[in-house]
Design a protein. Structure first.
Length: 308
């Protein structure tokens, strides 16, 4: 703060303390005199007395004033004077943050040299990773990691960008971006309906509202080969390099109803997974990647009786 403001703050702080001290003296100056009646009388017999403060109560006020003076000597409070201890909230935050980081590094030191597979089998690592997931990922993927409309389910084996250790680690650390172009203007209404019918047929479904489904499927297949196969593949099983989903498994990221699929073809879709490496650091990112892999592995493991 400026020099003038600093002087003003200092004067006001000291004046308030001195005023409190004077007020205590003034209200207690007649403490040795017996209580005097005032002129305030109610109902003819209820009289107000001017009694002095109890001695112990008075000393509490005095102690509070002494404490305030001592505080202003040790800590900031008098303008630009930083106090004898030179304490500041910024310095305290930096000290606490440094201590927290050191404690965290010590806690994560045992996880540093382990592979993702080893981390996924470590109960302590997974307990920490579960908390990290709840804080950083559950808002999109859900607390159970089963996702929502527009957000992938992480407990199955359906991977947009690959389910290998390296692919999952890259997804968590660097993030992902995907885009499905809008084809409504190119295909027109009939073309959209034909492609939709063909896409539904890939996973064994039918568009009941189409009057000539056989003709629509044929035309939709031609349109798909021309416009869609470049990303989704000729077999429509997707392309993990591009993040193009598999259209044959009946798993739908943005909804699998007829209206949802029609909207996807007409207006396109975009997806963004934020990068976490810079914000969380390498060890936390590896823990998250290992946790995600453990979720899909648990979902794909056969039941105990089936294994037997």
């Amino acid at each position: 703060m400026s020099h003038g403001i600093s002087i003003f703050v200092t004067i006001m702080a000291l004046v308030n303390i001195l005023a409190a001290l004077w007020l205590i003296w003034w209200t207690n100056r007649g403490s040795k005199v017996p209580a005097q009646e005032t002129t305030h009388v109610w109902d003819g017999d209820l009289t107000e007395y001017n009694n002095p403060l109890p001695r112990w109560w008075l000393w509490l006020f005095v102690i509070s004033i002494v404490f305030a003076l001592g505080y202003l000597v040790l800590f900031p409070g008098l303008g630009n004077f930083h106090g004898v201890l030179n304490w500041s909230s910024a310095g305290q935050y930096a000290s606490d943050d440094s201590a927290a980081r050191q404690a965290m590094e010590a806690r994560f030191a045992g996880f540093k040299d382990k592979t993702l597979a080893e981390l996924s089998q470590d109960p302590g690592a997974m307990s920490t990773a579960r908390n990290l997931f709840a804080l950083n990922c559950s808002s999109c993927h859900g607390s159970d990691a089963r996702g929502a409309k527009g957000f992938p389910n992480l407990t199955d084996q359906d991977w947009l960008f690959g389910g290998s250790e390296q692919a999952v680690l890259q997804t968590v650390s660097q993030g992902r971006d995907s885009a499905m172009p809008a084809w409504g203007a190119v295909l027109g209404h009939d073309g959209v309906e034909q492609v939709m019918a063909y896409v539904l047929s890939l996973s064994g479904r039918k568009a009941q509202e189409l009057q000539d489904s056989a003709q629509a499927l044929s035309a939709g297949g031609t349109q798909f080969a021309t416009l869609c196969a470049a990303c989704h593949g000729a077999d429509a099983k997707g392309n993990q390099i591009l993040g193009a989903p598999n259209l044959t498994d009946n798993i739908w990221l943005n909804g699998g109803t007829v209206d949802d699929i029609r909207n996807t073809i007409t207006n396109g879709r975009t997806g963004h997974m934020p990068a976490h490496l810079e914000r969380l650091g390498e060890i936390k990112v590896r823990l998250l990647a290992a946790y995600v892999l453990s979720l899909s592995q648990a979902a794909s493991a056969p039941p105990a009786h089936a294994a037997q």
